[in-house]
Design a protein around this ligand. Structure first.
Ligand code: SF4
Length: 238
């Protein structure tokens, strides 16, 4: 039954194959990891109607509904799109940026990750395009606790208190070249506390560099290793 299915096309629409033959999971995204009551109700309805009533929270703040039959995909897709919910992003592109709440409500938060998220999604998407040679992840944490694992993603950012000058100021620390997966890499930290505008500029330059230089399916960590860290930093102007 499933031999003629274009799985890559389905993946782009947010439907991924399960281990069980003929079953799919829908991966949906919620901007900044925030979901409304109405969205939860819709997820609940769809999971009960087309799945087994299970909603699973992914490590990158998406929601999954597993156990969807191939023949129900069209209906599930129509219902989530009508509800204004976007399918999750998979494949070779900038994935949904993960954020903690930062100073919006966490008492340790130094910066507002939601504001930076909006600028990354809008500015970088428009200026660089979202399609890249391989998956590319960005994570923002509100403070050095790095709850979104900012040091384990291609570009990791966290709020930082900078006491190096005459007055304490709040800025951003940036890590580059981290990733998880089968061959995990720890990102390296840039030796400066940046402003939000500087962070945006770094993200744009690194994404452009990656887009222009990486081979297909080469993570940023491996591109940096191939180039050499010093040369990489010079090429992105850091
Ligand atoms: S990284 Fe900091 S601000 Fe974000 S959730 Fe963790 S403790 Fe709170």
């Amino acid at each position: 039954m499933t031999k003629d299915i274009d799985y890559d096309a389905l993946k782009k629409r947010g439907f991924l194959r399960q281990k069980q033959e003929g079953l799919f999971l829908l991966r949906a995204r919620g901007a900044k990891g925030n979901y409304t009551r109405e969205e939860f109700l819709i997820f609940g309805d769809i999971s009960r109607k087309y799945g087994k009533g299970i909603i699973h929270a992914t490590t990158r703040q998406g929601l999954e509904i597993p156990f969807i039959r191939f023949e129900d995909i069209e209906n599930v897709e129509r219902e989530i799109l009508e509800a204004g919910i976007q399918p999750g992003t998979s494949g070779p592109r900038i994935r949904t940026t993960t954020t903690c709440p930062g100073n919006n409500w966490c008492k340790s938060g130094l910066i507002d990750p939601f504001s930076l998220y909006d600028r990354i999604e809008k500015d970088i998407g428009i200026r660089c395009g979202m399609d890249l040679p391989h998956k590319f992840k960005i994570a923002i944490s509100g403070c050095p606790n790095k709850c979104t694992r900012a040091n384990s993603t291609e570009i990791g950012i966290h709020g930082q208190s900078d006491t190096s000058g005459p007055e304490r100021r709040i800025g951003y620390t940036v890590y580059l070249g981290g990733c998880g997966g089968r061959t995990p890499h720890e990102g390296f930290k840039l030796d400066k506390v940046f402003t939000e505008d500087e962070v945006l500029s770094i993200v744009e330059r690194v994404v452009r560099f990656y887009k222009e230089n990486a081979k297909s399916r080469q993570r940023l960590a491996l591109l940096i290793k191939e180039r050499g860290k010093g040369l990489f930093l010079k090429e992105v102007g850091l």
